[in-house]
Design a binder for this molecule. Structure first.
Ligand SMILES: [Zn+2]
Length: 106
């Protein structure tokens, strides 16, 4: 199972991946555009992949590499588990980056 977000001006890291123009991935901070490339196994979880890719690309801001490979290992191991469980793994990665330091001591 493989899925990756590929920057609009870059090439996927593997040949022969499927490609969905209808699901652009964007960084919330700077609106840079990525396309989702995935294999036929990941296609069944493509909605999840697209949400995950959005989160990861935004979390990596402003470091926008040409390829962002999604870690889909939890999906492959636990087909029966719901996506909420996977979200709980991802949320701690994203939230600290969203917090802006405030000088509230004065
Ligand atoms: Zn960005």
């Amino acid at each position: 199972m493989h899925a990756e977000a590929v920057r609009y001006d870059a090439m996927p890291s593997k040949p022969g991946l499927l490609h969905d123009d209808g699901r652009p991935v964007r960084c919330d901070e700077c609106d840079i555009k990525y396309h989702l490339h995935y294999d036929s196994e990941a296609e069944t979880s493509i909605t999840f992949c697209s949400i995950l890719a959005d989160e990861i690309v935004t979390a990596l801001h402003p470091e926008h590499r040409s390829n962002v490979v999604l870690d889909l290992a939890p999906l492959g191991e636990n087909h029966s588990q719901k996506s909420e469980v996977l979200w709980s793994i991802r949320i701690p990665l994203v939230i600290p980056l969203k917090k802006k330091p405030k000088h509230s001591l004065e």
